[in-house]
Design a protein around this ligand. Structure first.
Ligand code: ADE
Length: 239
């Protein structure tokens, strides 16, 4: 898979590309991450990429011709071109899974006050990572790239993402490691005594409980098995 990021701030992606799982995925050629400077597509001798808005108002607007040239220089017939904007479709794990199957993703990061609306003619989809406004699309692009790269085969040691929060439709069960007792807080007995059936049951119960308390909207969407329904009755009495 190839991910190309179009940005006015390429250096923001250096730490993203050179640490941990993403670094390893690039080294192992699981993913190629190219970062392209939008400023290289300015025709202006001062490398300007923005201009004042028609109709007046504060701030500057990124020019459509500059963005179009930048996108054309990197896209091919297989590319999916995403524009990061708070006005876009809300990003979630399901979309991460969908994007993780693509061969070529181009992510365009906006900055400053915004971009000329006509850029929408040159992208496939607008994506938002949440209902808040960032100073630019760079962090949002990293969120999308990171969540997509970790789903690539071989990117992480744990090949199965079945237990990830949201992948199952529920939040993930709690995890523990040594020491078994710390500052009066102990690891649940069932995890130490290693009965696989009991551990599975405990994890499912805790996953349901956490989801019911924190994200009841996810439970409503979930097609609960009879076992889960029974657990949920117990959880409702317990809390
Ligand atoms: N750019 C600024 N805010 C954003 C957001 N919430 N999601 C995606 N891109 C953005």
């Amino acid at each position: 898979m190839k991910i190309t990021i179009l940005t006015l701030f390429p250096s923001m992606f250096e730490p993203f590309r050179t640490e941990s799982i993403i670094k390893r995925a690039i080294q192992n050629q699981i993913v190629e991450v190219d970062v392209v400077d939008i400023r290289d597509f300015s025709l202006d001798k001062h490398r300007h990429v923005d201009d004042t808005p028609y109709g007046g108002g504060a701030g500057m607007v990124i020019r459509v011709d500059v963005l179009d040239r930048a996108i054309k220089s990197v896209r091919n017939e297989n590319s999916k071109v995403l524009l990061m904007t708070p006005q876009g479709r809300r990003y979630d794990q399901k979309l991460a899974e969908e994007f993780s199957k693509l061969d070529d993703i181009v992510i365009v990061c906006g900055h400053y006050e915004g971009f000329d609306e006509r850029v929408l003619n040159y992208v496939d989809e607008e994506i938002s990572i949440g209902d808040y406004v960032l100073t630019g699309g760079e962090l949002a692009a990293m969120v999308v790239a990171d969540s997509v790269i970790r789903l690539q085969k071989g990117a992480t040691k744990d090949e199965s993402h079945e237990d990830d929060s949201f992948s199952t439709g529920l939040l993930e069960y709690p995890q523990f490691t040594r020491p078994p007792l710390y500052d009066g807080f102990s690891v649940p007995e069932v995890l130490i005594n290693g009965n696989h059936a009991k551990i599975r049951e405990y994890r499912l119960y805790e996953s349901l409980k956490k989801t019911y308390i924190r994200r009841p909207d996810l439970i409503e969407k979930y097609d609960l098995t009879p076992e889960m329904n029974k657990m949920l009755e117990k959880i409702k009495k317990e809390i």
